[in-house]
Design a protein around this ligand. Structure first.
Ligand code: HEC
Length: 114
C-alpha cells in the first residue's frame, strides 16, 4: 500500500470520528460558557430590585432565586400581556426578548433558594 492509499484509509477509519469528537468538545464548551455568562449579566439587570442572584433583602420585592423557570416565564408572560397587574414589571419585561427571558429564568432557577 502506498502512502496516499494509507492516508485515505486512515481518514475513513480513525480520523473522521476523532475529528468529530474534537470538534464537538471544542465548539460546544465555549458555547455553553458564553450562554452562562450572558445569562448572568442579563439576570444582573434584575438585581437592583430583586437582590444579587435573585436573593431579595427587601420584603416588598420577591426573591427570584430557586423559582422554577416555568413559573418565572409564566409570570413574565402575564406581565407582558397585561393579564397580571404590576407597578414596574409590565414595563420592564417589554425590554427583553423571549430568548433573553428564557436565559434569565434558567439562571434564577439554578440559584439556591434564599
Ligand atoms: C425597578 C425594580 C425592578 C426590577 C429592575 C425588576 N423587577 Fe421584578 N418585580 C418588581 C416589583 C415591584 C414586583 C412586584 C410586581 C410589580 O409591582 O410590578 C416584581 C415582581 C416580579 C416577579 C413576580 C414574582 C412572584 O413571586 O410572583 C417576577 C417573576 C419578576 N419580578 C422578575 C423580574 C426579572 C426577571 C427582572 C429582570 C429582567 C426583574 N423582575 C426586574 C421590581 C423589579
Amino acid at each position: 500500500m502506498n502512502t496516499a492509499q494509507e492516508l485515505r484509509r486512515h481518514k475513513r477509519t480513525s480520523v473522521l470520528p476523532l475529528g468529530l469528537c474534537v470538534a464537538l468538545a471544542v465548539f460546544s464548551a465555549p458555547g455553553v460558557a458564553r450562554d452562562v455568562t450572558l445569562a448572568r449579566s442579563l439576570a444582573a439587570t434584575c438585581a437592583n430590585c430583586h437582590g444579587t442572584d435573585g436573593r431579595s433583602r427587601n420584603p416588598a420585592l420577591p426573591s427570584l432565586a430557586g423559582m422554577k423557570a416555568e413559573t418565572l416565564m409564566e409570570a413574565l408572560a402575564h406581565y407582558r400581556s397585561g393579564r397580571r397587574p404590576g407597578t414596574v414589571m409590565p414595563q420592564i419585561v417589554k425590554g427583553y426578548t423571549e430568548e433573553q427571558l428564557r436565559l434569565i429564568a434558567a439562571y434564577f432557577a439554578a440559584q439556591p433558594k434564599p
